[in-house]
Design a binder for this molecule. Structure first.
Ligand SMILES: NC(=O)c1ccc[n+]([C@@H]2O[C@H](COP(=O)([O-])OP(=O)(O)OC[C@H]3O[C@@H](n4cnc5c(N)ncnc54)[C@H](OP(=O)(O)O)[C@@H]3O)[C@@H](O)[C@H]2O)c1
Length: 280
């Protein structure tokens, strides 16, 4: 019996699960098997990107799955080197061909690349691709409030989702508040901070012990209570299940606040500040 993940409705009307599945480094046949396991375990929202070079793997997993395509929500992302309008349109088509899908449920701009400064053109391409039926909902990743303001000013359309680095060491409090004020849903990438140090943290271990849960479950429950969609990646079926077995307990306000206090201004894993960092 598949785990039931609660849903949320985006500002354009698309309803998606409040926990998804990350697929960075899940490639080839092993990747297909890991993704099929995740779907069997109850995941429905699957996150990929043109740059992960596994859109084909995702498409194959969708075809091999006994869960119908219409029940799955597939996200991909536009790389920084294709922000110019014509290139963006062709890349979205190429993304679809790679996965052999007729549409993506979500398509996001992967990084704003503000020095290159072509993200408004890329956004216009996503707006049009949605109109043409290639994509059901459009969003971004790693956009700061000033980048989002610019999209609104120049196109009149705000993203449904902003996928950002978010974990206990970098809780993005101000950015989340900005999203909330503008009906943008926050999605958390590297929600477990790639497990670097985080699983051994004594504060998290203490909370986990009190709830008789794992540290990963405490962190993912924290995301859920922040109203952020976590997309943990795991190639391991038992961990996949562990990571969505979080809907039958609750963290107290005090515990939420203790976890929030672990956040640091320089808590990004690799110092990828979207104001200056660019990815192509
Ligand atoms: N938009 C962006 O710029 C951006 C950037 C980075 C990532 N992302 C997306 O976010 C997704 C998630 O982030 P991520 O893959 O970087 O890191 P993550 O999900 O925070 O961590 C993944 C790591 O944690 C391990 N793990 C997962 N569950 C565990 C558990 N219950 N116990 C112990 N270890 C566990 C996994 O190991 P095993 O696989 O061996 O189980 C893997 O090594 C990516 O896959 C990608 O889809 C987006």
């Amino acid at each position: 019996m598949a785990n039931q993940i609660p849903n949320i409705t985006l500002h354009d009307g698309l309803t998606i699960p409040k926990v998804g599945f990350g697929t960075y480094r899940l490639n080839g046949n092993d990747g297909v098997q890991a993704i099929n396991n995740a779907i069997d375990n109850g995941y429905r929202l699957i996150d990929t990107a043109y740059n992960y070079e596994n859109e084909g793997t995702i498409g194959e997993a969708v075809r091999r799955s006994s869960t119908p395509r219409e029940q799955l929500l597939i996200t991909s992302k536009l790389p920084g080197r294709y922000h110019h309008y014509d290139k963006a349109v062709t890349t979205i088509q190429e993304s679809l061909y790679r996965a052999n899908l007729d549409y993506y449920d979500l398509y996001l701009i992967h990084w704003p690349n503000p020095i290159q400064d072509v993200y408004v053109e890329a956004w216009q391409a996503l707006i049009d691709a949605k109109r043409w039926g290639y994509i059901r909902s459009i969003g971004v990743c790693n956009f700061l409030p000033n980048h989002l303001e610019r999209l609104k000013k120049e196109t009149g359309v705000l993203p449904t989702i902003n996928q950002i680095e978010l974990h206990p060491f970098f809780n993005q409090e101000e950015q989340r508040k900005w999203h909330q004020d503008h009906q943008i849903v926050t999605e958390s990438w590297s929600p477990l901070a790639r497990t670097n140090d985080v699983l051994d943290h004594p504060v998290l271990q203490e909370i986990a012990k009190n709830h008789n849960r794992t540290v990963s479950q405490i962190i993912l429950r924290w995301h859920y209570q922040l109203d952020a969609i976590a997309i943990p990646k795991s190639a391991t079926p038992s961990r996949q299940l562990e990571n969505i077995s979080i809907f039958d307990f609750e963290l107290s306000n005090e515990e939420m606040s203790i976890i929030n206090q672990l956040s640091k201004a320089d808590g990004r894993m690799k110092d990828q500040d979207p104001a200056v960092y660019e990815e192509f």
